[in-house]
Design a protein around this ligand. Structure first.
Ligand code: ZN
Length: 155
């Protein structure tokens, strides 16, 4: 007969292993990303070092032309809400502009009006190589600007 303490340790061990595996899984998607901090006026973002110039250009446009922008989110080690894939934010390859004003919705049929100044920003962002989440159908994600062409990205 197996002593109770061994069973307890086995259960505890399995639990600890599961917990560790989950944790290292979430870290592994983000730990090798080289990030750089960009500070422009009131904004402070963490982005992928390989694309620092593009993000700098986009932030410069925002600082010069969009006083309406109050908040920019950047690096965040997380999966895409509703999807089992890592967000481009996990790689420092995306920013969200005024996320409470321009939230993501599940599909384009739930889209809402976008002011002209923000459309101008989206035009500029795309002209310098960003993909705008406002061009996606599912989800429709107008706050979101990312390096890379595909919609919800499978990395
Ligand atoms: Zn985003």
């Amino acid at each position: 007969m197996i002593p109770l303490i061994v069973i307890a340790l086995l259960i505890l061990g399995a639990w600890a292993f599961a917990s560790t595996a989950k944790k290292s899984d979430s870290v592994s998607a983000c730990k090798d990303v080289d990030l750089v901090e960009l500070k422009l006026e009131k904004f402070r973002v963490w982005v992928n070092v390989n694309y620092r110039q593009k993000f700098y250009d986009l932030l410069s446009y925002i600082v010069m032309n969009c006083p309406e922008v109050k908040r920019i989110d950047s690096f965040n080690c997380a999966r895409i809400p509703g999807y089992n894939t890592w967000s481009y934010h996990s790689y420092g390859l995306a920013i969200d502009v005024n996320p409470t004003q321009f939230p993501m919705v599940s599909d384009v049929s739930k889209s809402y009006g976008i002011p002209d100044w923000f459309l101008d920003l989206a035009v500029y962002a795309q002209a310098i190589g960003f993909t705008w989440g406002g061009t996606w159908r599912e989800p429709w994600d107008p706050m979101h600007f990312q390096i890379g062409k595909r919609e919800p990205v499978r990395l």
